[in-house]
Design a protein around this ligand. Structure first.
Ligand SMILES: O=C(O)C(=O)C[C@H](O)[C@@H](O)CO
Length: 256
């Protein structure tokens, strides 16, 4: 029996549009609720949500067998963190602040067992191998690994072609907020110069044959990014959805 098939990786390779949502409550119950909505992918955010290895694993557990594919975002692309979260069962990683091909190559190697990489061989006691219930896990796991790198700085945009040339990078996510900040437009990704860079980057990613990704909470902006070539398109953040609806509800009653 091989490592579990990574549906999301296959969908990206097939060029299928994938709509996603951020899971930011760092809580399996909330992520389980989100999984009933039918999103193609859900980001278990270890960068900006209060997640740790245990909470990430708990969310991987509730998403087991669900349609929505888990995408785990780590705070940074550290090999020891990657080792731990892959052993916990993650197969798709979103790594922020990637600015060079060398960095991307290191991430590819950290996600793969030797000789293709440096992933430590601890599958025997790992959830990923179903605690050795998948005898062929080590031999088949590499093929199911999906690496999405975030390009979200001026330096990353300048290195985009080199990053796209790295085998093992399945997709490139443009981080609009951090890119805008690094371009001197903190909090304003709608700024024309930023939009121009995003449009060019999405087109170049798509032209390379890799999957282009981005996040947009505004519907019209998300449609624009889809038209510009975004294939894995995040269209919501659960925390923002709840906060916005709660405030609107109270505001309505406050004025009744
Ligand atoms: O730079 C960005 O934009 C992203 O990487 C997405 C954000 O981190 C996401 O958490 C929404 O703010």
């Amino acid at each position: 029996m091989p490592a579990p098939h990574n549906r999301f990786k296959s969908a990206l390779a097939a060029g299928t549009m994938q709509y996603g949502c951020w899971a930011g409550f760092a809580d399996p119950y909330a992520t389980e609720v989100l999984a009933t909505a039918g999103f193609d992918w859900l980001v278990i955010d270890g960068e900006h949500a209060p997640n740790d290895l245990r909470s990430i694993m708990a969310q991987l557990q509730v998403l087991d067998g669900k349609y929505s594919a888990p995408v785990v975002r780590l705070p940074m692309g550290e090999a020891w963190l990657i080792k731990q979260v892959l052993d916990a069962g993650a197969q798709t990683l979103l790594i922020p602040m990637v600015e060079s091909a060398d960095q991307a190559r290191d991430l590819v190697r950290a996600m793969r067992y030797p000789p293709a990489g440096i992933r430590g061989s601890g599958a025997a006691l790992a959830r990923a191998s179903r605690f050795s219930d998948i005898p062929d896990y080590i031999a088949t796991a590499n093929d199911q690994m999906c690496l999405l790198v975030q390009v979200e700085t001026v330096a990353g945009i300048e290195a985009l072609e080199d990053i796209l040339s790295v085998d093992g990078v399945d997709g490139v996510f443009i981080g609009p907020s951090d890119l805008a900040a690094d371009m001197g437009h903190m909090g304003d990704s709608a700024q024309p110069q930023v939009q121009s860079v995003i449009r060019d980057a999405l087109a170049r990613i798509k032209a390379s044959g890799k999957a282009a990704g981005i996040l947009a909470l505004d519907h019209d902006t998300a449609l624009t990014y889809r038209n510009w070539g975004a294939q894995f398109l995040a269209v919501g953040i659960d925390v923002v959805m709840l906060a916005k609806t709660a405030r609107e509800t109270m505001a309505r009653w406050r004025n009744e």
